[in-house]
Design a protein around this ligand. Structure first.
Ligand SMILES: [Ca+2]
Length: 91
């Protein structure tokens, strides 16, 4: 009987740890935070990036799209031929 109670208490402790660690890695909006992922910060204030600063075309494109939305121009000149695709050379 003691073993059964020890087993039940053990399960409850594991559930408690699992739930508290899930709560710990959420921000205020409830969105899970992956501590290993650093958010890409794209500065749209001045021409500060070249295609070689991005690890792939998707990153360059998201910076290009974000700055185009904020400034209305291709501030980093990532799309020199002006057809809407940034840094084709990275894809
Ligand atoms: Ca282009």
């Amino acid at each position: 009987m003691v073993k059964v109670w020890a087993f039940i208490i053990g399960i409850l402790i594991i559930i408690f740890i699992a739930v508290s660690s899930m709560l710990l890695f959420q921000d205020d909006t409830g969105t899970p935070i992956n501590p290993n992922t650093e958010e890409t910060i794209c500065n749209c204030q001045e021409d500060s990036y070249n295609c070689s600063d991005f690890s792939d075309q998707i990153d360059a494109q998201s910076c290009y799209d974000s700055c185009l939305e904020q400034t209305g121009i291709d501030i980093h000149q990532l799309d020199k031929d002006g057809e809407g695709l940034a840094c084709e050379s990275l894809s």
